[in-house]
Design a protein around this ligand. Structure first.
Ligand code: UDP
Length: 468
């Protein structure tokens, strides 16, 4: 159990949090906000409005009714200046640009809250825009990095890589070299980052990565025990000089209101027999790949809960499930599994005793949730940081990654391969026990609902130091 005296802040402490775009960023911020509020901190949660997805606006409204002690401040987004959106742009990166440009409204918002702020916790994608504002206001600014510490090593050093001698060849060739860490295969990096031309993702990583050194600290939702080498390199000044302390705050436990979905179908399935299949909140799979995946699930002989996503943004995802996967597949999948095309409560599914495996895109939240619930993973990364996370999943023994499967809508993976791999992973007793061991590790020293004792204590200590 955590020593409460260690964790409680003076009652005048007031922390504001500023998340960015998409559920993958919002969810860990909500969990952190709740954690801080449970340590006697007054918490103000700044919500950029409107959100891109419906899921974000729905979870926000549940959150503020479940935790009325947490204050909401709205950052009303401005129309974009000097920016021509391209149809190629990811709507979530586009939204980050809107928040970035609207951040000039932040100064008056941060000054208007009472009592005066002890600190702001900002999403990594807004670092470059927000650090100058908090510097001018003399408010400590901590960056919350919502992916793995391994991904952080790439994020903070990416701006130096293209020009460096060490990478002069490797950048062009097969590997990206980050000092003291194993080289990262170029094929794990999203292609848009390696293009010569500028694009939103590239600018966002270069600009924000550079500005991280100007923040007062970096928080990562990870376990020290599984990401020791990255954390040591980051904190030893090896990856980049001048970085503030990077703190692994432990896995953030789910909030109870996330856990409410009735799962009657799952209740009738044998323990550990069902594979849960989801590619997160913002990845649409092509129709052709969906057909192969559905047939692969049926062919595996395992029970499954399959979340189908047809469009990146849920507001545009209006088609009926049957019109997306077709009548024939619909009939086949109904016999063996539960197939939905709407937001599900992932936490309720992962914690259900019938669930014994997770076919996941390896968004960082999904990986941490699999660790938290001890469910082993078959990794099928799709874009962004997901190959780096999938590699970590494999290294720590949480799961396996079939590297020959393409990402981002490349070559279609056929039903036979999918069926075979699912069968193999669901029958893998070693992975199952390793996932349970990681679950124990993740929860070790945790007072339920509060987070990792060590990580939390360090966070509170940092905030106290900034105040004195
Ligand atoms: N999620 C959920 N239900 C869904 C889809 C996603 O609860 O139907 C949650 C999931 O539990 C996780 C987050 O949304 O907390 C997705 O974040 P992640 O980093 O895994 O992937 P992203 O969606 O950012 O690609």
């Amino acid at each position: 159990m955590a020593d409460t005296n260690e964790l409680i802040m003076p009652s005048s402490s007031h922390i504001a949090l500023l998340p960015s775009s998409g559920m993958g960023h919002l969810t860990p911020f909500l969990r952190l906000a709740h954690l801080l509020a449970s340590c006697n901190v007054k918490v103000t949660f700044i919500t950029p409005e409107p959100t891109v997805s419906l899921a974000e606006s729905q979870i926000l409204s549940h959150f503020f009714s479940a935790f009325p002690q947490i204050c909401q401040e709205k950052l009303h987004l401005l129309p974009l200046d000097n920016f021509s959106a391209s149809s190629e742009d990811d709507p979530f990166y586009h939204h980050i640009e809107v928040i970035r440009q609207s951040s000039r409204l932040l100064s008056s918002l941060l000054c208007s809250v009472s009592p005066p702020l002890s600190a702001l916790v900002t999403d990594m994608s807004l670092t470059a825009a927000v650090v100058p504002i908090t510097e001018a206001l003399k408010i400590p600014n901590f960056i919350f990095f919502t992916s793995s510490a391994k991904m952080l090593t790439l994020f903070v050093s990416f701006h130096t890589l293209a020009g460096s001698k060490a990478n002069a060849n490797s950048y062009e060739m097969d590997y990206i070299k980050i000092p003291t860490l194993e080289p990262i295969p170029r094929s794990w990096i999203p292609p848009s980052l390696l293009q010569d031309t500028n694009n939103l993702l590239k600018t966002y990583i270069i600009e924000n990565g550079k500005s991280m050194t100007k923040s007062d600290g970096i928080l990562v939702n990870t376990l020290e025990s599984i990401e020791q080498s990255s954390l040591l390199a980051l904190n030893g000044g090896k990856v980049i000089e001048g970085l503030p302390l990077v703190t692994a705050i432990g896995l953030l436990p789910p909030l109870y209101f996330e856990d409410h979905q009735p799962l009657a179908w799952l209740d009738d399935q044998p323990a550990g027999s069902v594979v849960y299949v989801s590619f997160g909140s913002r990845t649409a799979i092509t129709r052709e790949q969906l057909r192969e995946l559905g047939n692969g699930l049926v062919g595996s002989g395992c029970g499954f809960v399959w979340v189908v996503k047809d469009k990146k943004v849920d507001r545009e995802d209006g088609k009926e499930l049957v019109n997306v996967i077709g009548d024939e597949l619909m009939e086949r999948v109904k016999e063996k599994g539960m197939v939905v095309k709407h937001w599900v409560n992932q936490e309720s599914i992962l914690k259900h005793p019938a669930v014994g495996g997770f076919l996941s895109h390896c968004g960082w939240n999904s990986v941490t949730e699999a660790m938290w619930h001890g469910v082993h993973v078959l990794a099928w990364p799709q874009h962004g940081d997901q190959k780096i996370n999938a590699d970590l999943v494999e290294r720590i023994g949480l799961g396996t990654w079939e590297k020959s499967w393409s990402w981002g809508g490349g070559e279609i993976v056929m039903r036979e391969q999918i069926a075979e791999k699912i069968k193999e992973v669901m029958g893998n007793k070693l992975l199952r026990s390793q996932a349970m061991r990681i679950r124990e590790e993740a929860r070790n020293g945790i007072e339920l609902g509060r987070g990792s004792k060590k990580g939390l204590t360090e966070l509170i200590k940092m905030l106290k130091k900034e105040r004195s």
